[in-house]
Design a protein around this ligand. Sequence first.
Ligand SMILES: O=C(O)CCC(=O)C(=O)O
Length: 292
Amino acid sequence: MEKDLANFHYPISTLFPRASCEADYEPFALSAEQVEHFEEFGYVTNVKILEEEHVDALNQDLAEIADPNHPLHHLFYEFHSNQSTDPDTVLFHSLGHWRISKSFHDALWNPAFVKPASQLLGDKAVRFWHDQLFCKPAGHGGVVAWHQDYSYWVRTVPMQHLTCWIGLDDATQENGCLNYVPGSHRWGLLERLELGGEMDAIFQQLNEEQQQQIKPVPMELKKGHACFHHPLMLHGSYENKSDRSRRAMVLNVFADGTMSDTDDVMLRGTDIRIPKGQALNTKYFPLLKTAG
Ligand SMILES: O=C(O)CCC(=O)C(=O)O
C-alpha cells in the first residue's frame, strides 16, 4: 500500500542535509544585508537552495507525478495540467505533491530553505502552508498574471506568510522567469484574479502613482537557486516562447501561530478544515523549524 507522506513530519530520505541544532543551520543563513534588502524591497534573490543532485531527483519525481495515472494522484490538492486561459499556451500548476513524492516531501525540511525562511519571518518558527509547481513547456508556455499571493490566502490570519520560488531549470527572460515590482509589498492588498488569465489585468486596480512605479525586475536564476518574496509582493511571469522548458517549485510557509479565519475548506480541492480562530497546526501544516 502506497503511503500519504503527509503522515511523516520529518525527512524520510537522505537526499538533503539534516540539521538537528541551530549550529547546523548557520551555514545556510542569509546575511544581514540580504534580510534588509527583503524588508526594503519585498524580496531577496539568488539564494542557493539545491545542489545539482537535488534538482535531478526532483525533476525525475516531477516527471512521474505529472502523469495523471500516477497511483497517488488523488492526494494532490489541485492538479491543472493546463491552467492557462489562452488555448494556445500551457501552464502546468499543481499543489500537494509533498504528499506523493519523497524528494518534494523532504525538500520542505532542507536547511538551505528553512533557515532563510525563518530569518525572513522574523526568526519565528516556520510552518508549512502548501507547495506548488509551475511548469511552462518550451515553445508555448503560458503566463502567470500579475498577482499578490496573500490575495489567495485571506482565510488565514494574521498575514505572516512567505513564498520561496526555486528554479528546476535555468530561468531567463526568454523562458518566462518570475518578475517582481520592488516595493509593491507596501501597496496594500489588491483583489485576486485568475492566475493563468490576462497578464496585466491587476493594473486596473492601481492608482496613477503606483502605475508609474511599475518597473518589473526579472528574476533570472540558475536552476537550484531561489528568490523569496513578501505575501503582498506584486509578481508574475511572461510566456515561454524559447526552446527550453521552465519548471519551478514553490514553497509557501507561515510563522507558527497563523490561524484559520474560516469554517470553510482550508485548501481548495480537499476537505481539510480548521475551525475559525484555531491555529493551523494539524498534520497538513507541519512545523519545519523551531524559532531560532
Ligand atoms: O512560476 C511562476 O511563474 C509564478 C510563481 C508564483 O506565482 C509564485 O511563486 O507565487
